[in-house]
Write a protein that binds this ligand. Structure first.
Ligand code: DMJ
Length: 671
């Protein structure tokens, strides 16, 4: 329209482009018509303008495309369907299994609760695949052979199979969240053995190797130990059930802490020996009758090594959370002992009132006592995630490490809870009041994965101190023994307690320390054996004095009247066990066998139980004392059973470290 108007009125010549608009198009000017009717009409007009041939070609193309579409839909439908289902499955599993979705996590995982293990966060490093979601693993128990259902069952492996089947069946029936052990106890998933902090490393699962091995049959000597245990247990059950110690002659009991000491000390022994019925009965007592909320004074050291240690190891072997709960309870109740000016703990705690105090006559504690509670409290921290236990005992070790008053690594016997200084300086022994200080230096180092160098340094220095100041040879047999030093004077006195040392030395050598230590261990275990063999009953007295000079008619070992009692102590059998494990020399088993027979001959009470005796030199009347110490079941018989076993995986020493009361605790980073 603008062009037509211009042509009519314009003489000056200009170039124009002429555009012809149809009436419909003119309508559209100034208002684009996009109505469906208009578009349909427009397409139809275009179609009509096409030739017949063009129309046929287009129709053919449409038909061809339609056929192709139908064919490809049928062949690709399945994969599409399954892909769609898979993605739905993924979404379903995500809440329980978030790790499956974390291959390339777009966001950081949500932080865990404060008490969880920081090490359990999924790895985000591009090199490493992300960790699968953390399945809180149960305690180490499931890798350990549980007891046989009946002692008549001849192999441990039989029982293992039964337990494996039960666990397997249980797994199938139950949710993943709990496992039923052979006792029917539910193992809760929160029985995690994670470390409480990043400082403490998570241990590997202990011994699972044994489960894959050929069965190791229980031999006759082990059966004899089981028989001895049952006899001892009969006496305890009949006359002292739930009390601290059996008095087998008077058929009654004695109380020390009133906490069923013998029963708790014996729990893991029953597990190891395979005494299922006895174990179950004892467990019931722990569940229903063991109460720590009592107005009673307990000795920190004794209750730690026997009760806390016993509960922790039983928890590890059985996987039963009952024992961990009880361990936490007693552990917490013992903590007031550390509230002292020096942080060196008091010897006694009232576990009901939450108060602690030193003995009435002194503010000193015993060095062995304050330095031999570490394995247990450290493990309790690892299991609970609460650092306070470990902090308290580590502080004691650090403090003792820096103290003056040592003599080439040898420590005095007392330490003051106010000043934190050693007292009664100048007296050095590997026996009572100092013994397990040395043992726990090595064992803590092992427990923690051989990283805590101060512990190792102190241990190595101490053994050098022993060699320099305390080692001598007796006459006539030239037995190497460990004497005592008092203000520069050597005494040829050796407690039976010192017989822990060969085992500890051998354990150190097994863990890579100098071969000299093994040589010394071999010499000392011979001496400890002679402390039995040279005595009329074949049982060692509490203390011996060695002859330094040959005298006609005199043996190496002399016994003073005040020292000739035997309390059914374990130390020699304990060391025999280590020596046999590490050397395979059967003489150690034979020596242990002799000792067991002599216990049976002179200390067994026909109506049940064993008794300590007053006179190892009188076979016709050893003068029974009427007391069975809890460590006879907790340690002596347990070490006997292990000594006679040829199964190195029965409490594998690369996976477990025994506390000083023979309760095995896991090594955090097993070898
Ligand atoms: C036990 O309680 C422990 O072995 C402790 O270390 C020393 N005394 C007895 C056994 O003799």
């Amino acid at each position: 329209a603008a062009g037509a108007a211009a042509a009519a009125s314009s003489p000056p010549r200009r170039d124009f482009i002429s555009v012809t608009l149809s009436p419909e198009e003119a309508v559209g000017v100034g208002g684009y018509n996009n109505s469906k009717a208009w578009r349909r009409r427009s397409c139809w007009r275009k179609w009509k303008q096409l030739s017949r041939l063009q129309q046929s070609v287009i129709l053919f193309l449409f038909a061809f495309l339609a056929v192709c579409g139908v064919i490809s839909y049928t062949s690709m439908g399945e994969p599409w369907k399954s892909l769609a289902n898979k993605s739905m499955d993924d979404q379903r599993t995500e809440p329980e299994n978030p790790g499956l979705k974390l291959a390339n996590p777009a966001v950081l995982p949500a932080p865990q609760k404060a008490d969880a293990n920081p090490g359990d966060y999924p790895e985000l490093s591009p090199q490493k695949p992300p960790k699968l979601p953390h399945v809180r693993r149960g305690p180490s128990n499931l890798q350990i052979k549980p007891p046989r259902r009946d002692v008549r069952l001849k192999t441990r492996q039989d029982t293992t199979r039964v337990v494996e089947e039960l666990v397997q069946a249980d797994k199938e029936e139950k949710t993943e969240k709990s496992v039923i052990s052979w006792r029917g106890a539910v193992i809760e998933p929160d029985q995690s053995t994670e470390p409480p902090s990043s400082k403490i490393k998570e241990p590997e699962k202990p011994s699972s190797v044994e489960d894959q091995k050929e069965p190791v049959p229980i031999n006759e000597r082990q059966m004899a130990v089981i028989e001895a245990f049952r006899h001892a247990w009969k006496g305890y059950k009949d006359f002292a059930w739930g009390h601290d110690e059996l008095k087998p002659l008077s058929k009654s009991y004695s109380e020390w802490f009133g906490l069923g000491l013998t029963l708790i000390d014996a729990l893991d022994t029953m597990w190891i020996l395979g005494l299922k019925e006895e174990f179950e009965e004892a467990r019931k007592w722990v569940a229903n009758d063991l109460v720590f909320d009592k107005n009673v004074d307990v000795n920190l050291f004794e209750s730690t090594i026997r009760i806390l240690g016993g509960l922790l190891s039983t928890y590890h072997l059985s996987g039963d959370s009952l024992f961990l709960e009880k361990a936490k309870d007693i552990g917490n109740r013992l903590m007031p002992a550390f509230k002292t000016p020096s942080k060196i703990p008091y010897s006694d705690v009232n576990i009901g009132r939450g108060t602690a105090h030193p003995p009435r006559w002194t503010s000193d504690s015993t060095v062995a006592e304050v330095t031999s509670i570490q394995l247990e409290f450290r493990e309790l921290s690892r299991l609970t995630g609460d650092e306070k236990f470990q902090k308290a005992v580590d502080e004691v070790m650090k403090h003792v490490h820096t103290l003056s008053g040592k003599n080439d690594g040898l420590v005095p016997m007392f330490i003051n809870t106010n000043s934190g200084q050693f007292t009664h300086l100048g007296v050095y022994t590997l026996g009572a009041r100092a013994d397990s200080y040395y043992e726990y230096l090595l064992k803590q180092w092992i427990q923690g994965g051989k990283k805590e160098n101060e512990l190792l340094e102190d241990y190595m220095r101490a053994i050098e101190g022993v060699k320099k100041h305390l080692l001598q040879r007796s006459q006539p047999k030239k037995l190497t023994f460990v004497g005592e030093l008092a203000h520069g004077h050597f005494s040829a006195k050796m407690d039976h307690l010192v017989c822990f040392l060969p085992g500890t030395l051998a354990l150190g050598a097994h863990n890579g320390l100098t071969a000299d230590h093994m040589k010394l261990a071999e010499a000392l275990i011979e001496t400890c054996y002679q402390m039995y063999a040279q005595v009329e009953t074949g049982l060692s007295p509490e203390i011996v004095h060695f002859n330094l000079h040959a005298q006609k008619g005199h043996k190496d070992v002399e016994i003073k009247p005040a020292d000739r009692h035997n309390l059914l102590r374990p130390e020699t059998v304990e060391s025999l066990f280590y020596m046999y494990r590490f050397t395979g020399d059967k003489k150690y088993q034979d020596w242990g066998w002799e000792i067991l027979q002599n216990f049976n001959k002179y200390t067994r009470v026909p109506t049940g139980g064993y008794t300590s005796i007053n006179n190892v030199q009188n076979p016709s009347n050893p003068e029974p004392r009427d007391k069975m110490e809890s460590f006879f079941l907790g340690e002596t018989l347990k070490y006997m059973f292990l000594l006679f076993s040829d199964d190195i995986d029965l409490i594998n020493l690369d996976k477990y470290v025994f506390n000083t009361e023979a309760h095995p605790l896991p090594i955090w980073v097993p070898a």
